[in-house]
Ligand binder design. Sequence first.
Ligand code: NDP
Ligand code: 2IT
Length: 448
Amino acid sequence: MTDTKTNIEGIYEQVVGRNPGEDEFHQTVREVLNSLEPVLDRHHEFVEHKVIERLCEPDRQIMFRVPWQDDEGEIHVNRGFRVEFSNALGPYKGGLRFHPSVYLGTVKFLGFEQIFKNSLLGLGIGGGKGGADFDPKGKSDSEVMRFCQSYMTELYRHIGENIDIPAGDTGVGPREIGYMFGQYKRITNRYETGTFTGKEVNWGGAPVRFEATGYGCAYFMREMLQTLDESFEGKTCVVSGSGNVAIYAIEKIQEFGGKVVACSDSGGVIHDEEGLDLETIKRIKQVERGRISEYAEAHDRAQFEEDGNIWTVPCDAALPCATQNELDEDDARKLIENGCIAIGEGANMPCTPEAVQAFLEAGVAFGPGKAANAGGVAVSALEMQQNAGRESWSFEYTDQQLKEIMQKIHADCRDAAEEYGTPGNYLNGANIAGFLMVARALIAQGLI
Ligand code: NDP
Ligand code: 2IT
């Protein structure tokens, strides 16, 4: 019989060979496999049933042409994706990303992560992800609408409230969800609120969904800090990005008494020693869809550093909330040197494997994305519940549910890490706790 290490290496080699050039997908598979060694040692049935091999191959990968016309009448052609990874625990569920960098490897990395993240929620949803290599930046509302309509003209046949439920991600917010829902309704003649989450509250959306990922990340970090007898009170924090996740992470940290001194976008870093003014960030980013550099025009004391590195700003807690691999080993060492005690991955896979290793070795509390940013999809699951019951929940009630879900995820990750021999390692805990539920369901449902 092959030993576990050799078995895992074999699976990884197969994934790399079968999915050439998809580096981010390889990276996330590697990370999950590394955590699973003690699980496979203890549960030989997972090896026998080839559970990991089956999980690494998506149920279905959909790629399609998205033609659209700009305001001048010029025709553009983009590529659309939806990867339905696993419906072992429920219908496929995950966001859509519109960004010029999107290719199949991005969608597969995000879809793979989503399986385990959704499993951690324990709310009966499977994993999937989608998107397009479309850049919404600088486009008019009409251009974005035409793109979304064209995208949905293909995607509609693959989704449904019991099949696959899209939501937002980078470049996809309430505006895009609205246009896609409208086109879906027009083509199918069905007012099926349960087919999308992230809708506006007055037509089926759940309160707190826009805030959920950022708030959830702060709730998760509060739990981690508590285990160190610490809190956000009086702590200096740095949050990268200035989009949906970053904005509401900042909001909640400020509410918890923390001081957020820096944020960013792909153009550079804003640094304000006195603490950032969130209303200015919301105006620039959410209302005007502008650049974070404009913050310095509104606040004299703030400095903008073009192409700056946000991780050189000294802080007690850091929240990478922008994009994958935005924080590398050198950045991690700088943060550790500056006394950072906690990391919360608001984004998906923002820390490189070397950075994660450096944090773990230095004893920095590390909240991995699958757990720390699960608040967004958690409230998506609550939105589905609300839609299924034709109910309208209050902000306070939904927020309380989110808090409890994040506390449960934290406890489950902590317990799984401990049970499988690496106490305090939330990365292993999240991967193991997420994997166990899916693996058991896969075996129970037979060879499919
Ligand atoms: P948004 O599109 O709202 O914002 C993304 C932000 O990140 C923008 O400020 C963007 O700047 C910035 N950014 C992107 N690339 C870079 C870069 N290379 N360097 C610096 N800044 C960059 O997306 P979200 O906030 O929704 O998503 C952010 C992350 O969180 C993603 O990893 C996403 O997968 C993850 N996530 C999102 C959830 C959600 O519910 N929305 C749920 C869970 C995770 P610019 O405008 O210049 O591009
Ligand atoms: O990465 C994520 O978890 C999301 N973008 C949210 C997915 C969802 O279905 O709400």
